[in-house]
Design a protein around this ligand. Sequence first.
Ligand code: GLC
Length: 746
Amino acid sequence: MKFNKIAPVLLVLSVFIFLKQASAQDGIDRKVDSVLSKMTLAEKVGQMNQYNGDWEATGPVTKAVGDKLAEIKQGKVGAVLNIMGSAHTKMFQDAAMQSRLKIPLLFGQDVIHGYRITFPIPLAEASSWNPDAIERAERIAATEASASGINWTFAPMVDIARDPRWGRVMEGAGEDPYLGSLIAAARVHGFQGRSLGSIDAVMACAKHFAAYGAAIGGRDYNSVDMSLHSLWEVYLPPFKAAAEAGAATFMNSFNDLNGTPATGNTYLQREVLKKIWNFKGFVVSDWGSIGEMIPHGYAKDNYQAAEIAVKAGNDMDMESHSYIENLEKLVNDGKVSISLIDESIRRILRKKFEMGLFDDPYRFINPAREKSLLNLPASQTEARSMAQKSIVLLKNSNQLLPLSKDLKTVAVIGPLAKAKKEQKGFWSLDIEPNEDITSVIEALKKTAPKTQFVFQKGCNIDDQSRAGFADAVEAAKTADVVVMAMGEAPDMTGEAKSKANIHLPGVQEDLIKAVIATGKPVVVLLMAGRPMIFNWTADNANAILYTWWLGSQGGNAIADVLYGAYNPSGKLPITFPRTEGQIPIYYNHLNTGRPAANDKDVFYKSAYIDLPNSPRFAFGYGLSYTTFDYIDNEPTASSARIKDNGSLQISFTLKNTGKYAGEETIQLYIRQMVSQPLRPVKELKDFKKVFLQPGESRKVTFTVSRDMLYFYNDSLQYVTQPGDFQVMIGSASDDIRLKRAFELSN
Ligand code: GLC
């Protein structure tokens, strides 16, 4: 059918869909108003109150645990958290159904990287540079959680982080706004499905709004001080992406931003989120953060804290009890307008209607579904695949890897060789039996049954004992190859886990030295939730795999990569510093007036006289068992200029020049050579993942368009500026293989 015939059909169809969605929304709004009209002020305040369950606290418990079920029956609670499983959620929903208006509860949970099956920690998943795979992982997490009574996850955490001392770096997608935005949207779509209200979907919650990852010194909960320009350029984009992806809720953050706590920050919550971004969901405080405006010194008591928070656009109070104890009085004292309360109620009730909870408060509470949908083999397979994609090959001298299954003896040494539960990392839920998790050494034995594996722990994760060194060295001497499983403890990253020293802990690097001194080939596996510092190991080990914390299937995925069943394809989503003294160090920095020409250029550069200027491993870095050539057979772009809404194409040939099939993540960076204000020396704007067989070549074409060139100017307008640009295409931010110049005209 010709386009001119199909166009009217498409037009009618799109108008019909729009009207259908609009009328559905009108229908919900009418229902919301109907419930609202029946509510007393006390019941309205109750909907703005979220309590923690009585089983586990994920924050400092602010009040003595009262009879929460009684308060729910009185209509004083709108949502709860940390209550999992059909039986527990039913108990609480039953209580809500005894309240006067029978408004159903929301059940929130930190389903950060999996529910029954634990997926790799989010920073590990980000190393896959595979938003589709990440979305599939969140789909499984949402399916399992929603089958267990949960309808709201406090995820995705989308905080940009440039400081690996910060423990919560493990929870996000690293340092880059573009990659972080793609992953934020993928996670929201994964959790919420393609539309809120389907039985296997949960509400997402973009957090922590905003700039929580920029805490000074990498110290959790610390102040954040930055220009609004940096806020908009670096820290807000993933939140904007989450809002545009339809995130049902946002969570604000513990930090103050330029002197105003995020929870009481009208600019963030009302101006940016609800006005500029037209966000229609609701904002929940972080745990106790309304009350924490008192120790911040921003409120003198909970009465004032509640007033500040509700006026600033915080709709629900998680566990500070400030709202439940003060909002009624604030309204009766004339301090807070009932219209503000009603606005929050509309936002909260709208989500409960969209989730179908008014139609059936028990729709997510179904023991049969819970039994049938958790821990499915296909889900474990997906978890293994996600874990494989999350592993980053940092070094592979003399192609030591992949290992041969014909090796006679392999020594497996290190405090994490037998790790099971540890592999789940922080923010994992303690549902899966530990025995279900395969350790590294168990996976190796399964993968290479003809090989004799000799285990020695060698040392502990974080003490000074060298008592195990001798046995470890002896084991190494008997082996053809040594695999060392080293790293942090899983609770060395996560909330309130910032570290000033991020070197490989304890005496682990001394153990690595002792084992390498035997002259045997050594593969080092590094497990952690953050970039660690391990310079001697990086210089001297034959091969290094950064495995992060890979979750339920971590051991199996590591074995798959070690033996080549999966050719590692991960790329670092965050810069690895040479030492803590370099922090903050990130790839998309400004050039300065005295840029370093190279690592040895100690004059005229913003660098150190006692350290090279470059990081240990750069953003976007990751090796493969094969090699890729970027053959620049069209040294000029399709056009040297972009004007109006035009674009240009850049093509080249990628060739697999090694002997293994493998996937390359080709990265495209842009630099604007002259601008006001300044632009970074490079910014990731696109990437393509290409899988090639050995010897195979493929033409790769990128399109560079004007929409890649927008940025916030000094007046925070989102603009482009005409001028000269450079495109850089490569295998890592510090491994550019080809460049093109072009001009943007008005
Ligand atoms: C915690 C975290 C937040 C989490 C919440 C509920 O303190 O900051 O990310 O979702 O409390 O557990």
